[in-house]
Design a binder for this molecule. Structure first.
Ligand code: FES
Length: 273
């Protein structure tokens, strides 16, 4: 299941919960109304239209015409059935309704939070960004990187947001990269995000470096800081090789300070920015 599907499922569940809550509240409210009572509208109408049928009026009629009253007793008027609520009882039912509505809303809110949290974490569970990503066969990656004219082109792994670049661990001796788990089979994986304000940093083939179009930060082919407002080198991920394939662990990011000693020449041609 993708993250989008999980979100859609979450919205559907929350909607179902809300609907069930509203239905339950409405049903309970009907029940309360039935218990506390309502006026019988037909009986009330009869009482208004034929006041002579009320008990008081019938007595008066008997006094005025006793014979007629004896021969034709007035039919008993249908009395409206009313159960009166005290102010306290009325306040109680309204308070109950508000309490249940608040409880249902809070429950739905918690369910929504839980489901959206699950959707947020889903990529980590299913192998997306944030987990280990298979970049491909090592030999094929290197073949794509090294160009016939002696230049290099990054091997871009979109799922990992990573540029795979050549960088041997032996070249990093004495630098801040030494001892880090960011090397594998002579390669390193650079996070595409500029460490200044987060723009994606494109590769510049002519200068053989990464040059940020947003504010002009520049990094060499090993992702070492060269110029601009960036506070450090490009970040990179932990790497490992399994069965001849490069795995990029995008859940393990490594940052290093601006390189004092550069391990590769830059620029090697015209800058792009
Ligand atoms: S975001 Fe790259 S230089 Fe500012």
């Amino acid at each position: 299941m993708s993250g989008g599907q999980a979100v859609a499922l979450g919205i559907a569940l929350v909607t179902a919960l809300l609907s069930a809550g509203v239905f339950t509240l409405a049903w309970r409210q009907d029940k309360v109304s039935a218990v506390v009572g309502k006026m019988d509208p037909d009986a009330n109408r009869a009482a208004v239209r034929h006041p002579q049928l009320t008990p008081m009026t019938a007595e008066r009629a008997t006094a005025e015409a006793p014979e007629a009253a004896v021969e034709e007793p007035a039919p008993a008027a249908a009395k409206p059935v009313i159960i009166e609520l005290t102010q306290a009882e009325y306040g109680e039912t309204r308070r109950q309704f508000l309490n249940r509505a608040t409880g249902a809303s809070f429950g739905a809110f918690l369910a929504f939070l839980g489901i959206t949290g699950l959707a947020f974490l889903w990529p980590r569970l299913s192998g997306g960004f944030g987990s280990k990503i298979d970049a491909g066969d090592i030999d094929e990656i290197k073949q794509a990187i090294f160009q016939p004219d002696g230049t290099i082109e990054p091997f871009y792994v979109a799922a990992a947001k990573t540029y795979v670049m050549p960088f041997a661990e032996s070249e990093a001796v004495g630098t801040d990269f030494e001892g880090l788990d960011v090397f594998a089979a002579g390669l390193t994986g650079l996070f595409q995000k500029c460490v200044h304000l987060g723009c994606r940093v494109p590769w510049c083939s002519s200068s053989q470096g990464f040059e940020c179009p947003c504010h002009g930060s520049k990094y060499n082919a090993h992702g070492e800081y060269e110029a601009g407002p960036a506070p450090r080198n490009l970040d990179r991920f932990a790497l490992e090789v399994v069965d001849g394939r490069l795995l990029i662990n995008t859940g393990q990011i490594r940052d290093t300070p601006r390189a004092k000693v550069k391990t590769v020449q830059y620029p090697q041609g015209v800058n792009c920015v």
